[in-house]
Design a protein around this ligand. Structure first.
Ligand code: HEC
Ligand code: HEC
Length: 365
């Protein structure tokens, strides 16, 4: 909303400014900065305007503006908390076996996913519903979390996988015992939250979530929407036009280009429907995956049955739009989708503090 407002605001200012000197000036000309001496005029591409009018939003280029979007008002982002959250994200000792971390299934080096059909967790077992791991990159922009949208935000979400038997299978008590048995962790919690901090399971989850909030990846598509009309090639723009005109944009929208709940296969049959038992929430709604970094997050769909973007796009045509998209158009849409690969935050692999003799041992069964 903020971004649109800003664009309208700038648009209004520039129209105002331009009509002052030349009544026939194109309304699309936008003043980028209100620096009077050297006002930079940029043209917001009509295609970018169209995309924005459908509710897609760019990741703001301005850091302060972005910070407002990803902030948790109850637990403000600080460097100390984010660093600690990163360590916990990478620490397999939060799992019962001490073998599985968040990064096992949401590998930050591979698009925030594990690259397998169904997630593999504790005891080397596949997810019992055959569910595929969604990416953690840009998950802060999801309106709800999980394929069935059962969690409202990242703080709540992070409590799930640590305890879930098919994932990390650790009890709350075990997690707190492991963390508090390591003096360096206790020190870091104090540094992050003050000396009186009480290290609870919930605080561990909140701290991981805070780190996740920073995992946003602006792409050339955002640059395009933010006013750089050359950020996308002509081919990518053609693909984007199809993405709008075919109706993909109706569901893959917002700043996450996805992240809300929608029906799935209402207009056609998903060919791999019977793999796993997932049917969505009570209303049969499914969380629309983000399309950001989509070329890095195969296999696709809730049960990970589709390995190529080509087949994913064709399937969407059949299942969601009741139309056969021809090969040429599929190829163009694919070219556009690849422009959504974003610039990742630089993540330095953290060194984790050593366990002590008080640290509960791994439980393998
Ligand atoms: C064993 C693999 C595995 C591990 C370990 C794991 N996850 Fe997940 N994660 C999944 C799967 C599978 C889903 C989807 C489950 C569902 O929808 O019911 C998921 C969903 C999510 C989502 C929701 C994203 C979305 O788009 O809806 C987030 C965020 C997330 N995990 C973060 C984490 C964090 C943080 C940790 C560590 C505390 C973690 N995960 C550990 C497999 C894993
Ligand atoms: C009616 C809403 C809707 C429309 C229209 C729609 N999608 Fe989707 N899309 C979804 C939902 C929901 C899913 C997840 C379904 C599932 O896995 O159960 C999805 C999944 C995808 C995936 C796989 C993502 C992943 O990470 O697994 C891709 C790629 C995709 N859509 C692209 C498109 C394209 C391209 C179009 C237009 C041709 C389109 N979608 C139209 C709702 C929609």
């Amino acid at each position: 909303m903020k971004i649109n407002k800003k664009i309208f605001f700038i648009g209004f200012m520039s129209i105002f400014a331009l009509t002052g000197c030349n009544k026939n000036e194109d309304n699309n000309k936008l003043a980028n900065e209100s620096n009077q001496a050297n006002t930079k005029i940029i043209t917001l591409d009509p295609l970018a305007q169209k995309v924005l009018s459908f509710g897609i939003k760019a990741i703001p280029a301005d850091e302060e503006e972005l910070k407002k979007l990803i902030e948790n008002s109850k637990n403000p982002i600080t460097e100390a908390k984010v660093e600690l959250g990163k360590k916990l994200y990478f620490d397999p000792r939060l799992s019962k076996s001490e073998l599985i971390s968040c990064n096992t299934c949401h590998n930050l080096a591979t698009g925030g996913v594990d690259g397998v059909e169904a997630a593999i967790g504790d005891g080397w077992k596949a997810n019992p519903h055959n569910l595929n791991s969604p990416t953690v990159y840009n998950s802060v922009f999801n309106k709800v979390q999980f394929w069935d949208g059962r969690s409202p935000h990242l703080e709540d979400q992070a409590q799930g996988p640590i305890q879930a038997v098919p994932e990390m299978a650790a009890s709350k008590e075990l997690v707190v015992q492991r963390v508090t048995s390591i003096p360096e962790y206790v020190e870091e919690f104090k540094k992050a939250y003050g000396n009186d901090v009480k290290i609870t399971f919930e605080l561990v989850a909140d701290t991981i979530a805070l780190f996740e909030r920073t995992l946003v990846t602006p792409s050339r598509f955002d640059d395009f929407l933010n006013g750089d009309s050359k950020a996308l090639s002509d081919e990518e723009k053609e693909g984007l036009t199809l993405f709008v005109d075919k109706g993909c944009i109706n569901c893959h929208t917002g700043i996450g280009i996805g992240g809300g709940m929608q029906v799935f296969d209402a207009r056609g049959v998903y060919q791999y429907k019977n793999v796993g038992d997932f049917v969505g929430d009570k209303m049969k709604m499914v969380k629309v995956p983000t399309l950001r970094n989509i070329s890095e997050t195969a296999p696709y769909f809730h049960n990970g049955q589709i390995w190529t973007l080509k087949e994913a796009i064709q399937t969407m045509g059949k299942v969601q739009l009741n139309t056969a998209i021809n090969d040429a158009d599929v190829a163009k849409i694919e070219i556009f989708l690849k422009s959504l690969t974003g610039r990742k935050p630089e993540i330095k692999y953290p060194m984790l503090p050593a366990s002590t003799e008080n640290t509960p041992k791994p439980i393998i069964n």
